[in-house]
Design a protein around this ligand. Structure first.
Ligand code: DQA
Length: 146
């Protein structure tokens, strides 16, 4: 089983970016932990982070026929980008939406996500651990489908 972990804008700054909201774990730390969990689960992971919306759309398109599932934190685009939602719909790959913070406990403009309706699940508020939970959950979901 192959899964892609896609991260959007500003997530390259994790570790130093608003640590009171996002914690002090870096994206490299998250990727290292996911690599370890992927070995335990026997799945293959690829990672991609970009600050450019079109590049994220290209990265989603590139998963077609390549991976079985996507874990995505689209950052602020989660709240606004119909283009990213359309890309996820177009490739029709099951995906889990992740947010480090509990977006539903934040400013009103963050309490809505345009991606959620198409997602298998959303994980938010568990900080960096949310990525691991998403990975375990998505692998279990895909394995159950056979
Ligand atoms: C975020 C939440 C978004 O509202 C914000 O724009 C981010 C990070 C999160 O992981 O909590 O960039 O997706």
């Amino acid at each position: 089983m192959k899964l892609a972990v896609l991260n959007g804008p500003n997530l390259n700054l994790l570790g130093t970016r608003e640590p009171d909201i996002y914690g002090t774990t870096t994206l490299a730390d998250i990727e290292a932990r996911l690599r370890a969990v992927s070995r335990e689960l026997g799945v293959e992971l690829s990672f991609h982070q970009t600050n450019h919306e079109g590049a994220l759309i290209d990265a989603i398109h590139a998963q077609r026929g390549v991976c079985d599932g996507i874990i995505i934190n689209a950052g602020a685009w989660s709240h606004s980008s119909l283009a990213i939602r359309d890309a996820l719909s177009a490739v029709a790959i099951p995906f889990v939406e992740v947010h480090l913070s509990n977006i539903f406990a934040r400013e009103p403009e963050r309490r809505h996500t345009v991606l959620a309706a198409g997602a298998q699940a959303i994980l938010c508020g568990f900080g960096a651990f949310g990525y691991e939970l998403a990975l375990r959950g998505l692998v279990a979901r895909l394995a159950a489908r056979g």
